[in-house]
Design a protein around this ligand. Structure first.
Ligand SMILES: [Zn+2]
Length: 544
């Protein structure tokens, strides 16, 4: 993820507080353009600064934290004394996280700020001519291009803070945007962890101020990975670790390219799992619980179905304030998410949309390493509980759609069954598209703008260009409907041997298809044009 990194001074942070109180762009004028301004509620990973304006997770600080642990590692390798290793790891993690850490009772006496927080429209601080590949900025630029000045906003926040406080800030932010834009509602694009904060905001403030809501590969149903870690089930998966690395280098991780790497990473995984076997209790009690269990924001990443067990595992040493917070968060937000989504779907005052991507490896630290994901969050969770086959597998030839919705909701590759989603008619899936990776010119921003500027509750049937299942063709690159090709490549209304010849030529790189014919040629829906497609076409032709 690309980020613009600017040094934030203490003076600036004070100024921003002042600006928040008295909006500089306040106006009483109404805008009659008819389209609500768009607020992107961004995800985890904003650059955080300590009270002195130093970047908390800078490479320098991380290295400074890790270096003193190296003698412990060396000692461990020589003697096998696992306690010494844990001592080193503990000190390193504590040092790195010290500026953002809480005690066991929801107190933190350090100051944490985020870079460039402002409720001004993006054109006042984002360079609209700059190229930000695969970034949230790309969408804010596209929104600006579509809706003009004063309609594109980014809400950023300290992602280690208490989600109730973040939701309160979001509410203030939305009030300011309404005032500045001259609209009485905003549309929200809730990205990644931004989905949790939006979910919390909706729980506290309702949706009177919201026109359209897009949950964009969002964590509002938690992460399986975080849930598993919070219930005490870490598990490093060597094959998936190799997959993650290949994926980050090549953009996708096909199994064949993985094979040479697997043994190395399996060794590494064995080592890590062995370590957990020997010292898991200490790692939890002295490192994972005090750092992550006591960090209020991480509780919004725990799925509802793991919550109770997670509290038992992570909070035995917690103080009353922290326990009360986690209980309240569960009561008000997490336990009511299903209900809330159902209400949003029914409501005539707000349009609800959910987008979810799949066919990517996720960080291989728990059993969810085998699950389908967008690279960061499991597809099961971002989609509001679609039935999803493990990565690299299908639902099986005998699989029957879980819920009878009166229509097919199984993806063309037999990997996703959308019928079990919280909002099956308002949930879109894209194969091979990563996590919050908007780009200009590949159709991804167009899709989101279509949702974010909707004037009614669109469904998966509203636009043939955006059916329930889409495919991100990384070669062109282009977002396209995921529909099995008919094989009529020549467009003459018949499937013939001539079509097969064209497909063979395309698969050999001898001709290029114009975009609109590509889906016709990819007959078996695997995203590439190959001789296999030509064979299917020949078969079809001979049957006719
Ligand atoms: Zn307007």
């Amino acid at each position: 993820m690309k980020k613009v990194k600017v040094v934030l001074s203490v003076v600036l942070s004070v100024l921003l507080v002042v600006l928040t109180v008295s909006p500089a762009f306040a106006t009483d004028e109404k805008c009659d353009c008819g389209t609500a301004p768009i607020v992107q509620v961004r995800g985890i990973g904003e650059t955080l600064y300590d009270g002195e304006g130093n970047e908390v997770f800078s490479a320098e600080n991380i290295i400074k934290g890790i270096l003193p642990a190296i003698p412990n590692l060396t000692y461990y390798l020589a003697t096998g004394d696992v306690d010494v290793l844990v001592d080193g790891v503990k000190q390193a993690v504590m040092d790195i996280f010290a500026p953002v850490s809480y005690d066991n009772n929801l107190n933190r006496d350090t100051v944490v700020t985020v870079e460039g927080y402002t409720s001004d429209p993006v054109e006042t601080y984002v360079d609209l001519n700059e190229d930000y590949p695969s970034s949230e900025y790309t969408l804010s630029q596209a929104v600006y291009n579509e809706l003009g000045e004063g309609h594109s906003y980014l809400f950023i926040y300290d992602w280690t803070a208490n989600p109730f406080d973040i939701a309160e800030d979001l509410n203030e932010f939305i009030q300011e945007v309404k005032e500045k834009s001259g609209h009485d509602k905003v549309s929200i694009c809730a990205e990644s962890m931004g989905g949790c904060m939006t979910n919390t905001y909706l729980a506290l403030y309702g949706y009177d101020d919201v026109y359209n809501l897009v949950m964009s590969n969002s964590a509002f149903n938690g992460l399986e990975m975080v849930g598993q870690l919070f219930i005490g089930n870490p598990q490093i998966d060597g094959e998936a670790l190799a997959g993650m690395i290949v994926q980050s280098i090549y953009g996708s991780a096909e199994y064949a390219s993985l094979i040479p790497y697997i043994p190395i990473f399996e060794q590494l995984a064995l080592f890590a799992n062995d370590l957990f076997e020997q010292a898991g209790d200490r790692i939890y009690e002295e490192v994972l619980i005090p750092i992550f269990g006591y960090l209020p924001s991480f509780w919004c990443l725990v799925p509802e179905y793991h919550f109770e067990e997670a509290m038992e595992k992570m909070l035995p040493g917690a103080g009353p304030e922290l326990i009360a917070f986690v209980n309240e968060y569960y009561e008000k937000v997490v336990s009511k998410t299903d209900e809330r989504v159902a209400e949003l779907v029914e409501s005539e005052d707000v349009n609800y949309f959910c987008t979810s991507n799949y066919n990517k490896y996720i960080a291989p630290v728990t059993v969810s390493a085998k699950w389908n994901s967008d690279g960061v969050i499991e597809t099961y969770n971002t989609s509001g509980f679609a039935t999803v086959a493990d990565l690299g597998t299908t639902l099986g030839v005998d699989y029957v759609q879980a819920v009878d919705t009166g229509r097919n909701m199984i993806s063309p590759d037999n990997v996703v069954d959308a019928s079990t989603c919280q909002a099956p008619m308002m949930t879109w899936f894209t194969k091979n598209w990563g996590h919050i990776a908007y780009n200009h010119d590949d159709g991804t921003c167009d899709f989101y703008i279509w949702l974010l500027t909707a004037k009614e509750q669109y469904t998966i049937d509203s636009n043939p260009q955006y059916p329930q299942f889409m495919y991100y063709n990384t070669e062109i690159p282009m977002l396209m409907p995921y529909i099995c090709g008919s094989g009529d490549v020549s467009g003459d209304g018949r499937v013939t041997a001539f079509d097969a010849t064209l497909i063979l030529k395309a698969s050999a790189g001898m001709i290029c298809f114009p975009t609109e014919n590509l889906s016709e040629a990819d007959v078996n829906c695997d995203g590439v044009i190959t001789a296999a497609d030509a064979r299917i076409v020949l078969k079809k032709a001979s049957e006719i």
